[in-house]
Ligand binder design. Structure first.
Ligand code: PAF
Length: 277
C-alpha cells in the first residue's frame, strides 16, 4: 500500500493505476464503518484509494478540529488489511494554500438541521470533496449512510455540477447495542456511552410507528419523548425529511427519513433511519 502526501504526486500516480478507481474519503481515526466502505470499494474497483484528511474548513470556530482524534499508523494498518492500494494524506497547507479563495456552496439541502446547527460545515465538506474528486478522479466515491445529509449534499453537488463519478452510499454499521459507529464515539465517557443507544431506540420506535400507520407528527413527538427520557441526553433536533431535499415531510407515502442529533456533554451524535423500507 502506497502513501502519497502531495497533490501532484497523487495525480501522477493516478495516471498509472488501472480503473475503475474507487475513492473512500475519510478524516481518519477509522472504525468498522470506514472498513465497510473500503470493502465495498474493493469489491467494485481495480484500484482503491482512501483519503485521510482532517478537513479544517468543515469545522466551526467552536468545534473540535484541534482535538479531533488522529491515529495515522493504526489507520494505515487497518486500510492495508482491508486491501487498500493507496492512502492520500495531504497536509492542510497542500489542500488550502494561503492563496486559496474558491468555495463550493450547495444551497437548499444545506439550509436545515446539520446545516443550521453547523454554519459553514457543508461549504467545507462540498469544497474538500470537490477537490478530492478533482485530484483523484475516481470512478466511484463511497460515503456512509450515517451522515445522511452529507450524502444528500454530495449527491446534489455531483448532479448540479455534472461531475463525472458515481456516489455509492453504504449502510450504517452499528455496535451490538445499535449505536452507529462514529469517530466521535471515542469522546464519550462510560456513562454517556451507556446512554448513547437512545438515538437508535428513538429511530426503531419511529420505524415501528410508521409500520403501524402513525403520522409524521406523532412519530416526531414520540422520538423526542424517547430521547428526553434519557437523563444524560440533550436533544438538538428530531425531524422526518425527504432524504434527497432534507425538507420536512408530512407525507409518509413517499421516501422518508427520520433524523436526529443528540448531545451527551460536549459530544454531539447524529443518526438516521429510513421509515419507508
Ligand atoms: O464524513 C467525513 O468523514 C468527512 O465529512 C469527509 C466526507 C471525509 C469530508 O472531509
Amino acid at each position: 500500500m502506497e502513501i502519497v502526501r502531495e497533490v501532484d504526486a497523487l495525480k501522477a500516480r493516478r495516471a498509472t493505476w488501472p480503473g475503475p478507481v474507487g475513492l473512500v474519503p475519510t478524516m481518519g481515526y477509522l472504525h468498522e464503518g470506514h472498513v465497510e466502505l473500503v470493502r465495498r470499494a474493493r469489491a467494485e474497483n481495480a484500484t482503491v484509494v482512501v483519503s485521510i484528511f482532517v478537513n479544517p474548513t468543515q469545522f466551526g470556530p467552536s468545534e473540535d478540529y484541534g482535538r479531533y482524534p488522529r491515529a495515522f499508523e493504526r489507520d494505515c494498518a487497518m486500510l492495508e488489511a482491508a486491501g487498500t492500494d493507496a492512502v492520500f494524506s495531504p497536509a492542510p497547507a497542500a489542500m488550502y494554500p494561503e492563496t486559496f479563495s474558491s468555495w463550493v456552496v450547495v444551497e437548499g439541502v444545506t439550509s436545515r438541521l446539520e446545516g443550521a446547527s453547523r454554519p459553514g460545515h457543508f461549504r467545507g465538506v462540498a469544497t474538500v470533496c470537490n477537490k478530492l474528486f478533482n485530484i483523484v478522479n475516481p470512478t466511484r466515491a463511497y460515503f456512509g449512510q450515517k451522515d445522511a445529509q452529507q450524502v444528500a449534499v454530495i449527491q446534489r453537488m455531483v448532479r448540479d455540477l455534472n461531475m463525472n463519478l458515481d456516489i455509492v452510499v453504504v449502510p450504517t454499521v452499528r455496535e451490538a447495542d445499535g449505536l452507529a459507529m462514529s469517530s466521535r464515539n471515542s469522546y464519550l465517557s462510560a456513562e454517556h456511552r451507556a446512554a448513547a443507544p437512545v438515538l437508535y431506540r428513538a429511530l426503531t420506535v419511529a420505524r415501528a410507528m410508521r409500520r403501524e400507520g402513525r403520522d409524521a407528527n406523532a412519530i416526531r413527538l414520540k422520538m423526542a419523548e424517547v430521547v428526553r427520557a434519557e437523563p444524560l441526553a440533550v436533544l438538538d433536533y428530531v425531524s422526518i425529511v425527504n432524504p434527497s431535499t432534507f425538507e420536512e415531510t408530512e407525507s409518509l407515502n413517499g421516501p422518508s427519513l427520520a433524523v436526529l442529533a443528540v448531545r451527551f456533554g460536549a459530544t454531539r451524535l447524529i443518526d438516521n433511519m429510513r421509515l419507508d423500507e
